[in-house]
Design a protein. Structure first.
Length: 143
């Protein structure tokens, strides 16, 4: 791929995101293999101001990705990929104050992309998803 730029869309809102191969090369390669991806985001009920996209439909349940730049404390717009033993595979998308977790406790995910524009729009989408329900998520390589 010539560019490490992705188009990340939630509903009708589009964002430019940078693939973070420098921090999680194996996880980024895995994510690229899922693209173009179409699914849904819902509110991350255990984690504060964040959204998550369950990946169980496209990721085998027994897949475990190695820890690469793993964190439980991403900043808004730092998208994590989690495939481990404590929870279902997912993309985690923080938009405000958050701590990545599941019903079993804290999780750490690999930082696979950083949303580079429109963080204020992302922060507006979060409460809408919380109160009005799931939105479509699309991720594709930028042309």
């Amino acid at each position: 791929m010539a560019s490490d730029t992705l188009i990340f869309s939630i509903g009708s809102e589009r964002f430019r995101a940078r693939l973070r191969r420098d921090l999680a090369p194996l996880s980024c390669d895995y994510l690229l293999g899922l693209l173009p991806y179409v699914g849904q985001v819902i509110h991350a009920r255990w984690s504060g101001e964040a959204l998550w996209a369950p990946l169980a439909a496209v990721v085998p349940p027994d897949l475990t990705l190695p820890r690469e730049s793993a964190t439980a404390d991403p900043t808004p717009g730092q998208v994590l990929l989690y495939a481990g033993e404590r929870s279902v595979p997912e993309l985690y998308i923080p938009y405000g104050v958050n701590r990545f977790a599941c019903k079993h406790g804290s999780l750490e995910g690999n930082l696979v992309m950083s949303i580079e524009d429109g963080l204020e729009r992302l922060a507006g989408i979060g409460p809408e998803v919380l109160w009005k329900g799931a939105r479509e998520l699309r991720i594709e390589v930028s042309p």
